[in-house]
Write a protein that binds this ligand. Structure first.
Ligand code: PLP
Length: 419
């Protein structure tokens, strides 16, 4: 145990609120998929900062962008123009439009008109929860303006996770995370995922939006079924509701494409993003298209730090490197290989209830409550792993993950999960 780690443990217990049960390790350095602790020990990272470091640790292009901008200017507020913010909005509008065009051609079975980035408008904030808060405000204002003051309700999915701030928590479909903080903002209801009838029954004239994760992350990696999301899009169109997709965890090639909606052939009205937007710096964004893009007027919403030049420089470098290194293609290919190996592990051991996932966003659900022990045992063997509850191991590596690292993980799982 290094001195740095020992000091952190003592000070943490004395001065930090105990919102996290931290694992017994301190990471001081990273490179790609590798992390190093304060003793110089090396680990393979299958958590990627909970999906926030898709490019891998200490990517040189992001480091250079941060250093260059930090030496020039870090903050002046949203009252002024700064370098990188408008360019980042343009980059993201283009990325969204590319995914939207691909989704439309996929759905139509023929080439669709080329990407139209002019459809999209962006708002920058600092986190996933803030992006969700912005989306909720946008949807409510849109509902009021198009269908009257009563139109403010939002339907989300059971087991969903949308963040810890109060409205994002009210949107979250996990009573265990909500109960001690009541009363939460009203106007949210939750329906089982992939159950169209339940959703149809839950919406009425007061519903302004449906909010879904394309693949539920914190809930345990549960993808929307393609027919379900397509039907939700249709329902939203028929009933005049906005479709908001929470791509905080699925975005930035995690599932193989820039945004997960592309694979579903469904284009949302509003997209929330954060996590890997700036490869680990605190960044979030809300994007909307069409009429929804023009709902906010000056004074409606804001953020002191959102869209600052430092984070925007990092985000631009991140987005460029993700595309240049074709990490979406790697996420899709490596993810397929990982699931093949996990299925073989399941067949060999009989210890697996289900393997789920898309791209490099995967879960291994054990039949026994061993996921916590597996994650802790992994750490002792140089593997950074994350469990969701007692049964689910979530596998969320940086998108540079290759077959060799996957082999190391799966081979270790045989021993780590042995009775
Ligand atoms: N939405 C989803 C799908 C998430 O996975 C998360 C975080 O895990 C959030 C929202 C909240 O993001 P943040 O922790 O940046 O507020």
């Amino acid at each position: 145990m290094g001195d740095l780690f020992g000091t952190a443990v003592v000070l943490d217990s004395e001065f930090h609120m105990t919102t996290y049960a931290r694992k017994p390790v301190m990471f001081v350095r990273g490179k790609g998929m590798r992390l190093f602790d304060d003793d110089g020990r090396e680990y393979l990272d299958f958590v990627a900062g909970i999906g926030a470091v898709n490019l891998g640790h200490a990517h040189p292009a992001v480091t250079e962008a941060i250093c260059e901008q930090a030496a020039k200017l870090t903050h002046v507020s949203n009252l002024y123009h700064v370098e990188h913010r408008a360019e980042l909005a343009c980059d993201l509008a283009e990325l969204l439009a590319t995914s939207a065009a691909a989704a439309q051609s996929w759905r139509a079975g023929r080439p669709a008109p080329g990407p139209d980035s002019s459809q999209w408008r962006l708002f920058f904030c600092n986190s996933g929860a803030e992006a969700i808060e912005g989306a909720i405000k946008l949807a409510r204002k849109w509902g009021h303006e198009t269908r009257g003051v009563d139109c403010h309700r939002i339907v989300t999915a059971e087991r969903s996770f949308h963040g810890r701030t109060l409205a994002a928590l009210a949107a979250t479909g996990q009573p265990s995370k909500q109960e001690t903080f009541e009363p939460l903002p009203s106007g949210f209801s939750h329906v089982p995922l992939n159950d169209l009838r339940a959703l149809e029954a839950a919406v009425d004239d007061r519903t302004c939006a449906v909010l879904l994760e394309p693949v539920q992350g914190e809930g345990g990696i549960y993808p929307c079924e393609p027919e379900y999301l397509e039907a939700v899009r249709r329902l939203c169109d028929e009933r005049g509701m906005l479709l908001i997709l929470d791509e905080v965890q699925t975005g930035f090639y995690r599932t193989g494409t820039p945004f997960a909606f592309e694979e579903y052939g469904v284009v949302p009205d509003v997209v929330c993003m954060a996590k890997s937007l700036a490869n680990g710096l605190p960044a979030g964004a809300l994007a909307a298209r069409g009429e929804a893009a023009h709902v906010f007027k000056p004074g409606d919403h804001g953020s002191t730090f959102g869209g600052g030049p430092l984070v925007c420089a990092a985000a631009r470098a991140t987005i460029a490197a993700l595309a240049a290194e074709e990490l979406g293609r790697n996420a899709a290919e490596a993810g397929t290989y990982l699931r093949e190996r996990l299925h073989a592990f399941a067949a060999d051991t009989g210890r697996v209830a289900e393997v789920r996932g898309v791209g490099l966003m995967n879960a291994l659900e054990f039949t026994e409550p061993v996921a916590g022990e597996v994650a802790l045992g992994g750490l002792a063997r140089g593997l950074v792993l994350n469990n969701i509850g007692a049964h689910i191991l979530r596998i969320l590596p940086p998108l540079v993950c290759g077959h060799g690292e996957i082999d190391t993980l799966v081979e270790a799982l045989y021993e780590l999960s042995a009775p």
